[in-house]
Structure formats: structure tokens, C-alpha cells
Design a protein around this ligand. Structure first.
Ligand SMILES: Cc1cc2nc3c(=O)[nH]c(=O)nc-3n(C[C@H](O)[C@H](O)[C@H](O)COP(=O)(O)O)c2cc1C
Length: 384
């Protein structure tokens, strides 16, 4: 099956199925000398781990990461880094019936049409558990970005109809909310909405916002490898993502040029607001800019970073597995009623926060490395 590898220079290949023996990733192209330990990566894995509270699936997994190669005496060696998480709590029998019918909103039908065969246990390769490999690789990219002063921060910005008030979005509150919603009053209302949906045997959709600060100008390639295009592909490849926007996003279509253009102010980009990143939005709820009067562009012009904060938003559909009765067809095409059992996330967005952060980091670090070849003087400096 093609399509399991992401990146050009910093490349990762995820492998494994939800109910197989293990799941993992191979990262190739990581520069040597980056400090890396299992404990560091585990912090990111724990943010994705299931069964932590009533707002995620009750599957109990330790999701303990093991580094098999590419790290020696706490530092990357420049060779492929292979990482594995062993699956521990599969209830494959919960999924036996699924072999005989197609679940609405899942990849069952399309996998069968494409491959003529599918691992029906928990969705196999299309399961949310595939994102374990992305988070392990993303943890390495995030650690590398930290060394460059680039910070990537994602959080839940909406669940159902409950949205955060951007003025109240304080980075320090993200981990105080069980659903990673940094406006704590909105977080409370969102948790009530999830409880209500669950009582109705239903699920909810949500939005994850991701803000990048400290990225220098010049990252991203003209034409096909534009920074925004690569970010959209990276985040859209996460299961259940149905929309990605940058900066002012879909509101631009009803805006005027005079409102949407971000006027340059002539401020020194180095004497900037990067240090003030606990709040990403100003007192009117607009994305902060260092060099422009506004930041509707979301830090990207012509597919290249302009040194301003980047805002990416990802829309997640409601969890497709619901115990509410639904109509579908068997694999032989016969109509039937189903009610999906097993353990599922009542809402996907909060569990995907660290996955979005990881995919953004993988994209940025890969494009940062690519940017090292943009200028002859930089190439000469490197080899001199
Ligand atoms: C972190 C994460 C967790 C997920 N958990 C579940 C889940 O518990 N139950 C479920 O039905 N779908 C879950 N999904 C979504 C399905 O994997 C996804 O909707 C399905 O494979 C169909 O793909 P599509 O929505 O991209 O078309 C999860 C996705 C992610 C990224």
C-alpha cells in the first residue's frame, strides 16, 4: 500500500494496525546530535493515549514507546530511528460482525473496493491508532524545532456548537482542561455537550487550532511545496479531518481587499511579540502580528513564511462509530440496521490535538531543512 511515508528530507513511515501486535514508525533523515530519550517522546504519547478520562475511548493502553535504533548515549546518530508501541488491550471480538457489513462514515467500503480485502479489527490501518507513529515522529520534529526557537501549540477550539473565545485563549490553560480547551469556561460547556451527546448514543465534531511562533521568514517553496499546501496535506491526512484553513481561512471569501490585506508596519521583526506567546490573539481576538497591522494571511505569503505567527485550523467530523441505530448494507449489498458497540471516542478533536501538532511539526522541520539549499551564499557558508 503506497502513501505511508511523509516528508522529503526528514521522512517518516508509519506502520501497524489497530489490533495487530504493534504499531510504530521509522524516521529517516534526522540530523545527528539531537538529544532524544524515550521519556521525552513518552510525554507526547501520553497526550494521545486512550482511556485517560470519560471524553476518550476506554481502551486501556500504556502506549509505551521503545526506541529500537538510531539513538546512542541519548543522542540521534543520523541513522534511521525506529520506534515501536506494542498493542495491549485489543478486544478484536467486538469487531467480528464488522467483517460482514460496512459502517457508515468509516473506510470499510472503500478499503474493500480498493484492496478486495480488509483488516476489519478496529479499522486496521485506517484506525486512529495509526496516529501513534505520527506522534512519535512528531515528537522528534518538535524537539528539533525547539532548538531553533520554533514553538508549535495546538488546542481544541470548538466542540459541537461550543467555541473558545479567542481573547481568553491562554496557552497555560490547555493542559488544565481534560479536553485541551484553553478557555476554561467554554471547556466546561463543551464537556456537558459531550456528555449529552453520549446519552443520546451519538458523537460530536470539533475544531483543533494550531499556532506556530518563532518560525523565521523564508520557509516553504514556491509552487507545489508551498508551506500552506504542505501543511494542508499533512493535517488533512489525519483521519476524520474534513477541512483545513490558514489565518483568516474561509472568512476571506466574504471580505474586501482593503480589509483582508495586512499592511506592513515597518516594525522590526526581531523586536517582536514572539516572547508574548501565552496569548496568540490580541484584545479583539485577532491573530497577533509582528510586522504587519493585521495577520489575516496567517504568517504565510506566496507559500513562504513571513516570520509572523501561523494559525492553522482543522475541522474534525463527529466520531463515525455511534451506538445509535443506523441503516447500512452487508458486504453482499443487503440492507440492515446496526448499532455499533465497542469502545470509541465520543469526540475526536481533543485526542487529535497532539496529532495536529505533530503533523505541523513534521512539515515545518522538513521544509526548514529544505530551505537550507535556497541560497548560494548559505551553501558556500556551510561547506567553507
Ligand atoms: C486520534 C483519532 C482517534 C479516533 N478515534 C475513533 C474512534 O474511537 N472511533 C471511530 O469510529 N473513529 C475514530 N477516529 C476516526 C476514524 O479513524 C476515521 O473517521 C475513519 O477512519 C474514516 O476516515 P475519514 O473520516 O478520514 O474519511 C479517530 C481518528 C483519530 C485521528
Amino acid at each position: 500500500m503506497a502513501g505511508s511515508t511523509f516528508g522529503n528530507i526528514f521522512r517518516c513511515t508509519t506502520w501497524g494496525e489497530s489490533h495487530g501486535k504493534a504499531i510504530g514508525v521509522v524516521v529517516d533523515g534526522c540530523p545527528a546530535g539531537l538529544s532524544l530519550e524515550e521519556e521525552k517522546i513518552q510525554i507526547y504519547m501520553d497526550r494521545r493515549k486512550p482511556g485517560q478520562n470519560r471524553f476518550s475511548t476506554q481502551r486501556k493502553e500504556s502506549d509505551s514507546i521503545e526506541i529500537l535504533s538510531g539513538v546512542f548515549e541519548g543522542k540521534t546518530t543520523g541513522t534511521p530511528i525506529s520506534m515501536i508501541v506494542r498493542n495491549e488491550d485489543q478486544h478484536s471480538k467486538d469487531y467480528k460482525d464488522i467483517a460482514s457489513y460496512y459502517r457508515p462514515g468509516h473506510a470499510d467500503y472503500t478499503f474493500d473496493e480498493k484492496f478486495g480485502f480488509r483488516d476489519y479489527r478496529g479499522g486496521g490501518r485506517s484506525s486512529g491508532r495509526e496516529t501513534i507513529g505520527r506522534v512519535a515522529a512528531g515528537a522528534i520534529a518538535l524537539e528539533a524545532l525547539k532548538e531553533l526557537g520554533v514553538q508549535v501549540t495546538a488546542y481544541t477550539s470548538q466542540i459541537g456548537n461550543v467555541k473558545v473565545d479567542r481573547v481568553k485563549v491562554d496557552r497555560h490553560n490547555i493542559m488544565k482542561s481534560p479536553i485541551y480547551m484553553p478557555d476554561l469556561e467554554a471547556s466546561q460547556r463543551a464537556m456537558e455537550a459531550i456528555d449529552f451527546a453520549r446519552k443520546e448514543c451519538d458523537s460530536l465534531g470539533g475544531m483543533v487550532d494550531c499556532v506556530v511562533t518563532g518560525l523565521p521568514a523564508g520557509v516553504g517553496e514556491p509552487v507545489f511545496d508551498k508551506l500552506d499546501a504542505r501543511l494542508a496535506q499533512a493535517v488533512m491526512s489525519i483521519g476524520a479531518v474534513k477541512g483545513v484553513s490558514i489565518g483568516a481561512g474561509f472568512t476571506v471569501c466574504s471580505s474586501k481587499g482593503s480589509d483582508n490585506n495586512d499592511e506592513f508596519t515597518g516594525d522590526d521583526p526581531h523586536e517582536n511579540k514572539r516572547g508574548m506567546v501565552n496569548y496568540f490573539f490580541d484584545e479583539d481576538g485577532n491573530l497577533i502580528s509582528n510586522i504587519k497591522s493585521t495577520n489575516n494571511a496567517g504568517g504565510i505569503l506566496g507559500g513562504i513564511s513571513d516570520s509572523d505567527p501561523i494559525l492553522l485550523s482543522a475541522a474534525f467530523k463527529p466520531t463515525p462509530s455511534i451506538s445509535k441505530q443506523q441503516r447500512t448494507i452487508s458486504i453482499s449489498g443487503k440492507g440492515m440496521d446496526i448499532s455499533i458497540q465497542g469502545r470509541h471516542d465520543p469526540v475526536i478533536a481533543p485526542r487529535a490535538v497532539v496529532v495536529v501538532e505533530s503533523m505541523v511539526a513534521l512539515t515545518l522541520f522538513d521544509l526548514l531543512l529544505t530551505s537550507m539549499t535556497s541560497r548560494m551564499d548559505a551553501v558556500v557558508d556551510f561547506f567553507r
